[in-house]
Design a protein. Structure first.
Length: 471
């Protein structure tokens, strides 16, 4: 029996569309969830994983499968439904799982044969059994799995071409920030994989650079930190010579032993969500956890830098407190903090978040022609109205922010700073040039693809204003 597991084209990170922007290969992540599902699939199935972000396939010219499984983040949902229609027209049953199908299960149920909500691994063997017996149900609800039971991901099923391999060591987050759906999807309890399983899987990944996809690699308690330190010791002992990056909180800077172990275990960089330049902003999005009284961000980041670890900082534009000049404010803060690369996102009400409920009840969602408009929910595109900034002003502020931070003098300054600290500036330079090139590209697309050609998605006054200002 033939099973296709498909990761649809993601408008944000598709290498297919961005061949001309070759450096985008740094933003294509492996579809790890599908690799794990493949690991749970019995040997009588021949599994093919299709990642449309690395290569679009013409399904009409591929052997007709017995079953298709599709995963999707919200921004991929529209494409997922197009793929589902294509296979269903050929009488191939289609299953859809992942975070979007979980949060919008009714919408998905209208377009596929079976929807899996939650963590699919917990019900995948049962679902395949039901399929074999001709009794596959329309809806399966996955539960939060004991991660001891998660098999090794089938990294061997994907072709070369990725810059980063990927791996997961933990799931869940108790912090429940208003814009984030991790707590709703993976639960509020921090669950970890056995260290030996993680090390074994590290060994199987052929890419030299690895992304640890955990939403917060270091966790939030002493117990979490103890696990991470043990994992890092095991990595050092295994001598795998891999380089890796991970998402963490700024609290990593407070633990010198953790920093030392991370650097020795191959940590090249960390991604930290600062989100707002002010405590009011952090309170607005329920991210009080990182508001440590009296923290000097510059000193904290210097402590991370001392270990040769690059810091990519992320901020959000579109909070209710954000006003004109927020672009400059963020660029200034990022420079004051001495972060190495800056990532700016728009506040995006993703389905299943507290933010979605708020924005929906306040009638502030402006990209609302669903499912078509899900493709704009990439976090790089304003899809909801902001209290003090128009749609166009949000784009403008982001542009100002990036143009300020990624000016050539700014980039050169950061490279020199790295050299002075006797660390290689190569990665920093690549990341900075990548952001400079790609963010300008995204902004251009925002004007041409979204509004000027398809103005009906925006409410009329905003559209008219945008047209006038762009013209
Ligand atoms: S943004 Fe990070 S800290 Fe907040 S809920 Fe999501 S995973 Fe947890």
């Amino acid at each position: 029996m033939i099973l296709y597991l498909i990761n649809p084209d993601n408008p944000l990170v598709s290498m297919v569309k961005s061949r001309e922007y070759r450096w985008n290969r740094y933003s294509v992540w492996k579809p790890l969830g599908l690799l794990v599902i493949a690991g749970l699939t019995p040997p009588e199935w021949t599994v093919t994983i299709v990642d449309e972000n690395i290569k679009r396939r013409d399904y009409a010219f591929m052997p007709t499968p017995d079953l298709v499984g599709i995963t999707a983040f919200t921004s991929q949902a529209n494409r997922a439904y197009v793929i589902a229609r294509e296979f269903r027209e050929r009488n191939v049953p289609v299953i859809m799982g992942g975070i979007h199908a979980t949060m919008c299960s009714n919408e998905a149920l209208e377009r596929v044969d079976t929807v899996v909500t939650g963590e699919a691994e917990s019900i995948w063997p049962k679902l395949l059994d039901d399929f074999r017996q001709g009794s596959m149900k329309p809806l399966y609800a996955g539960t939060h799995l004991n991660l001891k039971k998660v098999p090794t991901a089938r990294h061997d099923l994907l072709p070369d071409g990725y810059f980063f391999g990927s791996i997961q060591t933990s799931r869940g987050c108790p912090l429940s920030c208003s814009f984030c759906s991790v707590t709703a999807f993976n639960g509020g309890k921090y669950r970890r994989r056995p260290i030996e399983n993680v090390i074994d899987e590290f060994r199987l990944i052929k890419e030299k650079n690895i992304l640890i996809v955990d939403d917060n690699f270091i966790g939030i308690s002493k117990e979490h930190l103890a696990y991470v330190k043990d994992l890092l010791r095991a990595l050092i002992k295994a001598r795998l010579h891999k380089k890796w990056v991970a998402q963490v909180t700024i609290n990593m800077a407070d633990d010198e032993e953790l920093l030392t172990l991370a650097a020795q275990a191959g940590c090249e960089g960390v991604f930290i969500g600062f989100e707002s330049t002010s405590n009011e902003g952090l309170e607005e999005i329920d991210k009080r956890y990182i508001m440590k009284k009296g923290r000097n961000m510059k000193d904290s980041i210097r402590r991370i830098h001392r270990h040769g670890i690059i810091v990519v900082g992320s901020f959000i534009i579109g909070l209710d407190i954000d006003k004109a000049e927020i672009g400059h404010d963020i660029a200034d803060k990022a420079r004051q903090y001495d972060i190495d690369a800056l990532n700016v996102m728009f506040l995006t009400p993703l389905p299943g978040t507290k933010l979605w409920d708020k924005m929906f009840s306040e009638n502030r969602i402006i990209a609302d022609n669903f499912p078509h408009d899900w493709q704009y929910y990439t976090l790089t595109f304003p899809v909801a109205s902001c209290m003090h900034l128009s749609w166009y002003e949000m784009l403008k502020e982001k542009n100002i922010c990036y143009r300020t931070f990624y000016s050539y003098p700014g980039i050169i300054g950061r490279v020199l700073h790295m050299l002075l600290n006797r660390h290689s500036p190569l990665h920093l330079l690549v990341i900075n040039l990548w952001y400079r090139k790609n963010t300008l590209h995204v902004d251009r697309q925002a004007y041409t693809n979204y509004d000027l050609k398809r103005g009906h998605a925006l409410s009329q006054p905003v559209h008219v204003k945008l047209k006038r200002e762009v013209a």
